[in-house]
Ligand binder design. Structure first.
Ligand SMILES: [Zn+2]
Length: 110
């Protein structure tokens, strides 16, 4: 029932909200990462483990942020919703679950 322009505006809103969320998350991760490690304590190993987890979370958030930016660029270019690999439309369900999806289910498989 929605026109293309209507859904484009809605998608843009969604993507911008996602982007703000990832930015917040990265800021929070950075704030925590600045806390120094306890020197020479039994907790150091655990904290080093946390650093690894934090950096994995940061990488994930950074990658998602890049995916959202790329999706916004595709929205501007008029290619949003099409697989960047094969050019086929990405299913609405997939886009609803992850608006920044760049590839269709088939191409994402490998
Ligand atoms: Zn594809």
């Amino acid at each position: 029932m929605s026109t293309a322009s209507e859904s484009t505006a809605r998608i843009r809103e969604k993507l911008l909200a996602l982007r703000a969320g990832y930015r917040d998350r990265i800021d929070t991760i950075h704030a925590h990462a600045r806390n120094p490690l306890e020197p020479d304590s039994s907790e150091q190993a655990a904290q080093l483990g946390n650093v690894a987890v934090v950096s994995a979370l940061e990488n994930e958030a950074t990658a998602e942020l890049a995916a959202v930016d790329a999706a916004l660029a595709r929205l501007d270019a008029g290619t949003y919703g099409r697989c960047t690999q094969c050019g086929e439309p990405i299913s609405a369900a997939r886009l609803a679950a992850r608006p920044a999806s760049a590839e269709c289910m088939e191409c994402k498989k490998d």
